[in-house]
Design a protein around this ligand. Structure first.
Ligand code: FAD
Ligand code: UDP
Length: 412
């Protein structure tokens, strides 16, 4: 069956038991579970003109399937997430590989034994690799911060090389900050890997939805008890009620079409937007994507090339590697980091995690704590840096909690 789309102005809110804001992984997984497991009639409100959140993909003018909000590669150690999504798609067996363009020479990222030989030559690399193995163990992953903390002069040389040639310029471009200034969890995503395994991820389950992400979402949202309203922004259809007029007064109810909505409300957008930024905006790093099509089979040697020492974009992705689409033309995408406020984007991609921003987020979050039927969920509503699989796992767990709360209204 196709997705059941409706115009928000035409729906009767009394026909719904639950409202989900956002149709990315957080929203779509929850909507499906509430409808299927709980038998709830679910209204999904999505401000964009399409479903699938930032995983949205579509065919460009050259007929190439491209990702519109950044390259998305699925990888997970969660069998639960993999199998749940596997109900709505077949998976390809694509394994992502990334090369750094190091002044015109390609070098695997994460920096590994093969990269070491390219950087230092075979003989010196052999000695350094042995030292890394003796210090950390073979097949181990070491963060750049751990490596830089080593006193040994040879390890310090490796650390310095990786820092200068892989992390420094890329991070400065990506975040407008040095690696020391970003949260350690950010650079820890791309460790030094004492291995010959040159895949970007080592997770047990990896692949791409065979017919693309948008098709996966269409399958997931196609359910007789799910209705999706596109081009509908929560702020414009929710009437927020507060316990008092004070700035920090908690949310006490949400009215939709004039009625207090008593059922679960799952909110997957940014919390500051819901509260019209009353405590100031939550800062994000944004991106501008520039596409180019070539009359050639492949343009790059692998799915993504990172520009770690040159250029003002961070990376180029060639979609045909990811999607395994065949044909005589190919489309690539360059990523230019931008300020959130930049008119070219204004899309909140990466939360900028630091103490000040987390404190501001917590202030927004406290406004929602007193409203038991309100569930903030996902990368935006939780102001975190989550991969897709984490969002799926969390959405499955949240759906269970929501259904449990409906069945046990008196439980604490
Ligand atoms: P989103 O996908 O952002 O969905 C939120 C939805 O809510 C959107 O559709 C939005 O339009 C809607 N919305 C927001 N506010 C409102 C509102 N007020 N009213 C109505 N609707 C609203 N993860 C991986 O696992 N692998 C990758 O390779 C990967 N690559 C990435 C590359 C980039 C550049 C970025 C930025 C992220 C990447 N991610 C990747 C992370 C992935 O995008 C997220 O984990 C995933 O999109 C989170 O899903 P979500 O539902 O929480 O948020
Ligand atoms: N990073 C880097 N050089 C690279 C790859 C990553 O400096 O070649 C740093 C950079 O700070 C980046 C972070 O590691 O933001 C996480 O990289 P990842 O590829 O996970 O970023 P994402 O795919 O989420 O944009």
């Amino acid at each position: 069956m196709p997705v059941n789309y409706a115009d928000f102005r035409a729906i009767d809110i009394a026909d719904f038991d639950a409202v989900v804001v956002g149709s990315g992984f957080a929203g779509a997984v929850t909507a499906r579970q509430l409808a299927e497991q709980g038998g709830l009639r679910v209204l999904v409100i999505e401000k964009r003109a399409h479903i699938a959140g930032n995983a949205y993909d579509a065919y460009d003018e050259a007929g190439i399937l491209v990702h519109r909000y950044g390259p998305h590669i699925f990888h997970t150690n969660s069998r639960e997430a993999y199998e749940f999504l596997g109900r709505f798609t077949k998976w390809s067996s694509y394994q992502h590989r990334v090369l750094a363009d190091w002044y015109g020479t390609y070098m695997p990222v994460p920096f590994n034994k093969n990269s070491m030989e390219i950087a230092f030559g075979d003989e010196k690399a052999a000695r350094l690799i042995q030292k890394l193995i003796d210090t950390f163990g073979d097949e181990r992953k070491v963060t750049i911060n751990e490596l830089r903390a080593q006193d040994d002069p040879e390890l310090a040389e490796v650390a310095d090389f990786v820092y200068q040639n892989v992390f420094l310029y890329y991070t400065q471009k990506q975040w407008g900050l040095t690696p020391e200034e970003v949260d350690p969890s950010v650079t820890a995503r791309v460790p030094v890997f004492i291995s010959r395994d040159d895949r970007y991820f080592q997770d047990e389950f990896q692949g791409m939805p065979e017919d693309g992400y948008t098709r996966l979402f269409e399958e997931m949202l196609a359910h007789e008890r799910i209705c999706v309203c596109l081009d509908t922004e929560a702020e414009s259809v929710f009437e927020l009620m507060f316990e008092s007029g004070a700035e920090d007064a908690p949310l006490s109810a949400i009215r939709i079409k004039g009625e207090v909505f008593e059922g679960p409300i799952v909110y997957t957008g940014p919390l500051d937007e819901l509260f019209l930024a009353r405590f100031g905006r939550l800062p994000y790093r944004s991106l501008e994507f520039v596409y180019e099509t070539f009359e050639e089979n492949y343009h790059l040697p692998c799915g993504t090339v990172n520009y770690t020492v040159t250029e003002d974009f961070t990376r180029i992705t060639e979609f045909k590697w990811l999607t395994e689409q065949k044909g005589p033309r190919t489309t690539i995408m360059r990523e230019y980091p931008r300020a959130y406020e930049d008119p070219s984007t204004q899309i909140p991609y990466y939360a900028i995690i630091n103490d000040e921003n987390t404190a501001r987020y917590e202030r927004y979050r406290r406004l929602t704590d007193a409203l038991p039927n309100f569930y903030p969920l996902g990368r935006l509503a939780e102001y975190r840096y989550f991969n897709m699989d984490k969002v799926v796992v969390d959405a499955l767990a949240a759906s269970e909690r929501i259904l449990f709360a409906l069945d046990h209204p008196d439980a604490p």
